[in-house]
Write a protein that binds this ligand. Structure first.
Ligand SMILES: [Zn+2]
Ligand SMILES: [Zn+2]
Ligand SMILES: [Zn+2]
Ligand SMILES: [Zn+2]
Length: 300
């Protein structure tokens, strides 16, 4: 009976709370907590973030609005040079953190209940081999309820593809399109309208205008009062349950299926001539554009 109650209490403590565990450069520190949790605790857990390094702030504050020459966290003034470096398998400083992460994954593989845990993992790495090394032990985990992975400080196609493939594999998700009985070209246009090249539909269309700066689309620019536009890292705050540790693919080499940022899938235009025509029809028909730079002045 006592044991039963104990289990129930664990179920509530670990099942109802959300956990964020961070480690820092050269010290696996808090990570080790996960190795000491009971299997009952792990099996009850529903929501966990593990972050191996934090940049530009050791507290995990994001680099939103941080300019190149800014040397401290905008939120807590922590000095950027003292935050955690990118992890690299080539540097022995990171040996212990990589080892601890591997043990944790083994522990999670035994403890976690299939289909229950939402896991978020952030490790900003220096190169692809390091990302692969950190991804490998995740492979033994049971099916997850949700999964978000971030591997880099800057957008990077190879790293985010790896993040995406791990997250999809762990959640057993295959993407399907609901075309509601439409066929052929009309089904295709219907699908295109549901990608981010379609209408964005916010109540402030001005904010969602597509900016064309010096003849190129720049998704990182936003309106900043009085019609001036500035580059920013914008977080949708849907990318992570923590609302703090950002994994928006526009900002980082990351994959978050919950992210609600608008990423224009401009690759669609390159697939084929027909695809380009269809995508153009949707893209130019459904959006508001703002032009800045040479194109704007030349036509004025
Ligand atoms: Zn800390
Ligand atoms: Zn900070
Ligand atoms: Zn974000
Ligand atoms: Zn986002």
């Amino acid at each position: 009976r006592g044991k039963f109650l104990h289990k129930e209490a664990q179920e509530i403590l670990y099942g109802e709370n959300k956990f964020v565990i961070r480690s820092h450069h050269k010290q696996a520190g808090d990570l080790d907590i996960l190795n000491h949790l009971s299997l009952d605790a792990l099996s009850a857990m529903r929501c966990l973030m593990v972050r191996l390094n934090s940049w530009p702030c050791i507290r995990g504050h994001s680099d939103a609005n941080l300019d190149e020459d800014c040397n401290e966290c905008k939120i807590c003034s922590f000095p950027v040079p003292l935050s955690d470096p990118e992890i690299s398998t080539a540097n022995s400083d990171f040996k212990s953190i990589i080892q601890t992460w591997t043990t944790i994954c083994q522990r999670l593989s035994t403890g976690v209940s299939p289909g229950r845990l939402h896991l978020e993992f952030i490790a900003d790495v220096r190169d692809l081999p390091t990302a692969k090394r950190l991804a490998e032990p995740l492979g033994s985990l049971p099916r997850l309820q949700g999964c978000i992975v971030r591997f880099g400080r800057k957008p990077n196609h190879t790293l985010s593809s790896l993040a995406r493939s791990i997250a999809s594999r762990l959640t057993h998700k295959t993407e399907e399109a609901a075309t509601s009985g439409r066929t052929g070209r009309s089904a295709f246009i219907y699908i295109l309208k549901h990608t981010n090249i379609g209408p964005w539909g916010s109540f402030l269309p001005e904010l969602d205008a597509i900016h064309v700066m010096n003849k190129t689309f720049d998704q990182r620019y936003t309106l900043a009062g009085k019609g001036s536009i500035i580059p920013v890292r914008r977080c949708c705050h849907y990318c992570s349950f923590t609302k703090l540790h950002c994994s928006c693919p526009l900002n980082y080499a990351a994959y978050s299926p919950q992210c609600q940022c608008r990423v224009l899938p401009l690759e669609l235009f390159l697939v084929s001539r027909q695809m380009r025509l269809d995508a153009s029809e949707v893209f130019y028909g459904a959006n508001v554009f703002r032009f800045r730079g040479p194109l704007y002045t030349a036509n004025a």
